[in-house]
Design a protein. Structure first.
Length: 318
């Protein structure tokens, strides 16, 4: 009798171990799942959401339709990025919350990266000044400048505000909602999926590069990719996506407040970068580089590498 019970328990245990997620049953590899997820979200947000926005509010945001454009941006982020991410997490793991790393972090690990993201912003602003000085063929330079002007104009219309109530509205729609939606997608779902086949650090780097490309702004690709890699490192180190959400939000918040205060795009703490000499720009870069390095050292001191999950459906996590 005891032997039979033992066999039944062993059979039940074997069934539990062999239980597969829907994605595993389909034989889809983690890397393929990550790219399929990116394609699905891209189609939903950029194409479906974009078409709906164009039909509802026109081709270009203006002072008359900007409220509608911002509404469409916020709702689009929630409907076509965040919700699909949550659904996809349930398909790839029996513990989607654990997979997305939504555990609450230590307060210190949230505050220190704010110093890091601010100093990184200053360094990347200096980089952009030097990037614009790269010599290009005159025709290509003219073509790129036209596209850059279009990007800058759209950015200022969407993110700019003229009153405190409008500023708060912009912060919610342009800073908060994208921070949550994009971090759950990139640092939660995509980075976690890559971690099944490569090391966590490589996963953070690859995801950061994809993050930079995903915004489809060639002029800001390098800064976006660098910020994406940093956000990925924060999540990897703390084991909580909320650390990168807060840092991402803070990065967006600074941009919203800067436009509200009519601060020029090329402004850094030491002045207007476009009017600085190369020596002063390099000095600015190194000062904030040291600040960033110190913040990283302290961040490493107060954190420990997160232990990968071994939850069902996460068997291949490294």
């Amino acid at each position: 009798m005891e032997n039979r019970n033992g066999q039944e328990n062993e059979s039940e245990s074997s069934f539990t171990v062999q239980k597969l997620t829907p994605i595993e049953r389909l034989g889809i590899s983690p890397v393929l799942f990550a790219f399929l997820s990116l394609i699905a979200v891209f189609v939903l947000y950029q194409i479906v959401g974009g078409i709906i926005t164009l039909i509802a509010f026109g081709f270009q945001p203006t002072a008359k339709n900007i409220f509608g454009y911002r509404i469409a941006t916020g709702i689009g982020q929630l409907l076509f990025i965040l919700i699909p991410t949550l659904i996809l997490a349930r398909l790839v793991s029996f513990r989607p919350g654990e997979y997305l790393r939504i555990s609450l972090p230590d307060v210190r690990t949230v505050i220190v990266p704010l110093v890091g993201i601010f100093s990184l912003q200053q360094m990347l602003q200096v980089y952009l000044i030097f990037q614009e000085k790269i010599p290009l063929p005159e025709q290509l330079q003219s073509w790129m400048q036209k596209f850059k002007d279009i990007f800058d104009q759209l950015y200022k219309i969407l993110v700019g505000s003229n009153s405190v109530p409008e500023l708060f509205w912009v912060i919610v729609v342009i800073a908060l909602i994208p921070a949550v939606s994009e971090e759950f997608l990139f640092r939660g779902l995509i980075q976690r999926s890559f971690e099944k086949t490569v090391t966590p650090l490589r996963s953070a780097i690859v995801t950061g590069i994809i993050f930079g490309a995903y915004h489809m702004n060639p002029f800001s690709f390098v800064p976006l990719a660098v910020i994406g890699i940093y956000l990925g490192f924060l999540t990897m180190r703390t084991g909580s996506v909320w650390v990168s959400v807060v840092a991402h939000f803070f990065n967006n918040l600074l941009a919203c407040v800067a436009l509200y205060l009519k601060i020029d795009d090329d402004y850094v703490v030491l002045g207007k970068s476009g009017e600085m000499t190369a020596g002063v720009l390099l000095l600015t870069f190194w000062i904030f580089g040291i600040i960033f390095l110190l913040s990283m050292i302290y961040f490493l001191k107060i954190t420990k590498p997160a232990v990968p999950s071994s939850a069902p459906g996460d068997a291949h996590l490294t």
